[in-house]
Design a binder for this molecule. Structure first.
Ligand code: TYM
Length: 330
């Protein structure tokens, strides 16, 4: 049997090119070799205030995006997290072996508590445990994610090992798959912070829905430096290096090829070409996504069959877990 790959994206906004190159693009290459399960982490989004109608629409849009990017629903299990109730149930069990201190130390929890100081809810703190439940329910070996999820993967691994040693071997201990290039695409306006779909500064990120004009305009405005050479140095030239990484990923070139290509080219032309390369790649994806969204019945049929397949595996794992912790079976 092939090894299991699991990953997910939150439908908390329109995904950015960071989500694409850090995660979704890499999933496409895994589907022939592994049994892939890709989820839409809708329960995770509730840790921040959402508009219900928007959340529903974005859930379907994210599914359409997965498929438009090349994830094949015939080969992979695609489902919404809330459609498989075992995720919430395993979270409860894992909560009982998680310490409050280790959750309070999570970088993302600290960042988000500051950003949403008016709404530091229990869910926000418990977010990594729900993510661990997502992963552990399916006997996942590999989790393809961007670098920002590494700490959460550590928690999933710790909880798997803790449960296995406290009760008996139950969970596979998952490994993160973090790409060498593109694991952390930075904001176009502040190259010291990660590109994020929830950035209030719309010029900081390229969404997967941006038009070619918007894309080129945002790249033209990207923060660089006072030098004028297009060369890769993440320490002293973070803005330019970020743009070079993006260009390399969207043209399937290496960073040194990119450096050679832009030797002697000014920042203005360089940024224009990065924008054009990104726009060119996104165009067919956007077209496929729009077509898919015109066929809601098809999208719902994917979610239904995905939920059925995921539930079957999740139910078996949860039953085992309930038994091991001593819950009476009837
Ligand atoms: P989310 O929705 O924040 O991001 C989805 C994926 O995109 C990656 N990513 C990036 N990669 C490169 N550069 C960036 N600027 C960038 N921003 C985001 C993330 O690393 C992630 O791989 N908690 C998760 C969703 C989740 C999950 C899971 C992931 C829920 N359950 C189980 C894996 C396994 C999240 O919020 O991702």
């Amino acid at each position: 049997m092939a090894k299991i790959v699991f990953s997910a994206v939150q439908p908390s906004g329109i995904p950015t090119i960071g989500n694409y190159v850090g995660a979704i693009k890499n999933w496409v290459g895994l589907q022939d070799e592994y049994d892939c399960i890709f989820s839409i982490a809708d329960l995770h989004t509730l840790t921040v205030r959402q508009t219900p109608a928007e959340l529903r629409a974005r859930t379907l849009e994210l599914l359409a995006l997965y498929v438009a990017c090349g994830i094949d629903p015939e080969k992979c299990v695609l489902f919404a997290q809330s459609h498989v109730h075992e995720h919430a149930e395993l979270t409860w069990i894992l909560n009982t072996i998680t310490s409050v201190g280790e959750m309070q130390r999570m970088t993302q929890f600290k960042d988000k508590s500051q950003k949403h100081a008016e709404n530091v809810n229990m869910g926000l703190m418990d977010y990594p445990v729900l993510m661990a439940a997502d992963i552990l329910l399916y006997g996942t070996e590999f989790v393809p994610v961007g670098a920002d999820q590494k700490q959460h993967l550590e928690i999933a691994r710790d909880l798997a090992m803790r449960f296995n040693s406290r009760y008996s071997p139950t969970f596979v201990v998952p490994e993160p798959l973090i790409p060498k290039c593109g694991a952390r695409v930075m904001s176009l306006q502040d190259p010291s912070s990660k590109m994020s779909k929830s950035d209030l500064n719309l010029n900081g990120f390229i969404s997967m829905d941006d038009t070619p004009e918007e894309i080129v305009k945002k790249f033209k405005r990207a923060v660089t430096d006072s030098d004028s050479r297009v060369c890769f140095d993440e320490q002293s030239k973070p803005g330019v290096s970020n743009l070079m990484t993006i260009y390399a990923l969207f043209t399937d070139k290496t960073v040194s090829e990119v450096e050679a290509e832009f030797d002697g080219v000014g920042y203005g032309d360089f940024k224009q070409r990065v924008g054009e390369a990104v726009a060119e790649t996104l165009k067919p994806i956007q077209k496929r996504k729009a077509d898919l969204l015109n066929d809601k019945d098809y999208l719902f049929s994917i979610l239904k069959s995905g939920a059925e397949k995921a539930s079957y595996i999740a139910m078996k794992t949860l039953r085992k877990v309930y038994k091991k912790v001593g819950l009476l079976q009837i």
